[in-house]
Structure formats: structure tokens, C-alpha cells
Ligand binder design. Structure first.
Ligand SMILES: [Zn+2]
Length: 279
């Protein structure tokens, strides 16, 4: 699933490429991709408008239109936005197609169909329509994700730290890859109950989260099988991952084989020597 660095990379591309031309036509090829509003209203609200700004909140993209409406997008597992010439053949997984002036298309392609789009009407706050936005925690690069906030939030949680990090209400935008990577860099075993972490461990973990997200951004996201940027290209981060996706491979620090365990239905990758389990 795309995480903050992947979604932010897509946002930057959208901001660079899609501002200006007006939307001429909207084709919804899979109705359930549109979370709001139902029926023809979605397309009617977009036609004639142009994007003026793209923002991101957690893993959500928010495209402001000159009409005052906002297009919300969540890529979920396999969603991709592509900015291509309208003459390009449609892939079988194309769910929504916005056709623009100058012959461009913005296409939402999504093999597993969990991705969603919302059209927030003018004058309405995005969180009124996109209800998951209401429970998002602070952005990891924002001052709200302070040491004091992180210490206090983890102090309340008995959950394994890995599971806590995936909770979007603790901090927005972290998923499996960057959680595993940050736990490795801070030497913390993924099953450690959050409230058992020392203050020093929490300081290390917060800094590691920011560091791995920044590294992912610099590489334009990961080489996850399903992740593509707006031109359909992979990012480069995963080739450098410390532990994610490296089960059985030697740890880059100590050579011990990387282990993978299941934790709350998700896999967790870690080095048993660099991230010892506390007794
Ligand atoms: Zn190691």
C-alpha cells in the first residue's frame, strides 16, 4: 500500500502537471470507486473546472478546483493516478477517467478496487464528506508530531509498537514499510508493547520515522509492485530497505538473517540481533 512518501510523490507530480487545463469530460467505469456523491453528480461537479492546488493529508490526496470543489483520492492497495495523453489505450483496470483540454487524461487505475474518490462540494470542509480525515493523527513532518506528543500517545497504548505505528490516528501516513524500517533504525523489536518503550527509545523511534520517510521521499517512493508515480514509474527506495521485504537476507548491519512474523494480520520484518526482544 502506498504510504506517505509515495502519496506525497504523486501529489508533487499532480501539482506540477495538472494545473491549468480544464476538465472536459468525466467517465466513471466502476461506480463503487466514487465514495461521494452518488450517480451523475460526481462528473457534473468536475466538468468545466480546473485544478488550482494539490494537498495531502496522511495518505489522502486533495485536489482543489477553481469552482471551490475538492477532489479527494485514496489510492488504498493498488490505486494509481496516471497523467497521460487521451489517445493512450485504457488499461482494463481504469476506474475513472478525467479528460482535459490539450488532450490530457487523468486516469485512476486500480486493480484491486479498494481505492476511492470523493467530490467535496464548494463551501464544505473535506472532513465533512471524507469522514476518515477526522480521525487522522498529526503529519510526521509537522510541529504537532512533537516529542511530547509521541511520548504521551505511546504511553497510553498496550499494543505492540508496530501495530500502534500503523494506526493512522497516532501519526498519519505510516504503513508497513516505513514502520518496519523505523523500528530497525531505532533498535526496537516490533512486538514490544508501546507503553514499555523507554523515553530514550521513543525519542529514537520518532527521529527514525522522520528519517525513513524523508529517505523514501528523496527516492520518489518505493519499488512496491503496485506503486507507480504519475508517469507510471516505480520509485527507488526499496532497493535500499534495511529490513522490509528482506526475509532471510543478511542484516545490512550484523549479517543475521532478517526475520518476518505476522502481527495483527500484517507482516513485520526485523533483525533478531539488532532489535532484541525485551524480557
Ligand atoms: Zn542486524
Amino acid at each position: 500500500m502506498p504510504e506517505l512518501p509515495e502519496v506525497e510523490t504523486v501529489r508533487r507530480d499532480l501539482q506540477r502537471l495538472t494545473l491549468g487545463p480544464r476538465i472536459l469530460a468525466v467517465e466513471v467505469l466502476l461506480a463503487r470507486t466514487i465514495a461521494y456523491p452518488a450517480g451523475e453528480t460526481f462528473g457534473r461537479g468536475l466538468i468545466g473546472a480546473c485544478f488550482t492546488r494539490w494537498q495531502r493529508r496522511g495518505k489522502y490526496l486533495l485536489g482543489s478546483l477553481d469552482s471551490g470543489a475538492v477532489l479527494g483520492v485514496h489510492l488504498r492497495m493498488t490505486g494509481q493516478l496516471l497523467w497521460v495523453q487521451g489517445s493512450m489505450p485504457l488499461s482494463a483496470y481504469t476506474r475513472v477517467r478525467l479528460a482535459f483540454e490539450e488532450g490530457w487524461d487523468l486516469r485512476f487505475v486500480d486493480q484491486r478496487t479498494f481505492g476511492q474518490m470523493w467530490l467535496v462540494p464548494p463551501g464544505v470542509g473535506p472532513e465533512e464528506v471524507m469522514t476518515p480525515l477526522r480521525s487522522l493523527g498529526p503529519e510526521p513532518f509537522s510541529p504537532a508530531f512533537s516529542e511530547a506528543y509521541f511520548q504521551a500517545a505511546l504511553q497510553k497504548s498496550r499494543r505492540p509498537i508496530k501495530t500502534a505505528l500503523l494506526d493512522q490516528s497516532l501519526v498519519a501516513g505510516i504503513g508497513n514499510i516505513y514502520a518496519d524500517e523505523a523500528l530497525f533504525l531505532s533498535g526496537i523489536h516490533p512486538v514490544t508493547p508501546a507503553l514499555q518503550l523507554s523515553d530514550a527509545a521513543k525519542v529514537r523511534l520518532r527521529e527514525a520515522l522522520i528519517e525513513v520517510l524523508r529517505a523514501g521521499l528523496e527516492q520518489r517512493g518505493t519499488t512496491l509492485r503496485d506503486y507507480r508515480d504519475l508517469r507510471g514509474l516505480n520509485g527507488n527506495y526499496q532497493g535500499q530497505a534495511w529490513v522490509y521485504g528482506r526475509e532471510g537476507d543478511p542484516c545490512r548491519v550484523c549479517d543475521a538473517p532478517i526475520r518476518r512474523i505476522k502481527l495483527a494480520g500484517r507482516s513485520a520484518h526485523f533483525c533478531p540481533r539488532c532489535q532484541p526482544q525485551q524480557s
